[in-house]
Ligand binder design. Structure first.
Ligand SMILES: [Zn+2]
Length: 130
């Protein structure tokens, strides 16, 4: 599969949570799984609730990295920067996702953000289509 990396804005990433609140939290949507039929790491999403990332990722009870599927978080690297920002608060032993990933894109005194070229076809993402 071809993934577009480092676009500034991208399709929305959603979070898949077990109804019993146990088990790893997976990601879906975005470029990786636009149909949201599976998680980004390939796990089936039956028996899971798909939630807007804004309602989960920044909240204190979801900040510990051990609650999240590491393979899905690794796939988040290929999503738009605006979507990565939502996961900034998740804490790893080496620092938060914001410190480890997002800050490299946005801090001063860093090389220019290298963006991949835009897709060949211009595709307008209108309201409700994402
Ligand atoms: Zn996963």
């Amino acid at each position: 599969m071809n993934y577009v990396k480092n676009e500034l804005t991208g399709p929305r990433v959603f979070v898949a949570v077990n109804d019993n609140k146990k088990g790893k939290i997976h990601l879906t949507g975005g470029y990786a799984k636009p149909k949201m039929n599976k998680s980004m790491c390939g796990t089936k999403l039956n028996m899971k609730t798909i939630v807007d990332a804004r309602d989960i990722a920044p909240r204190e009870e979801y900040r510990h990295a051990h609650r999240w599927c590491k393979r899905c978080l690794a796939m988040l690297d290929f999503e738009g920067l605006d979507q990565k920002v939502l996961f900034s608060a998740i804490e790893f032993s080496a620092g938060t996702y914001g410190q480890l990933v997002v800050a490299h894109h946005i801090s001063r005194n860093k090389p220019k953000l290298k963006l991949t070229s835009a897709p060949d076809k211009s595709q307008w993402r209108t309201v409700g289509s994402d």
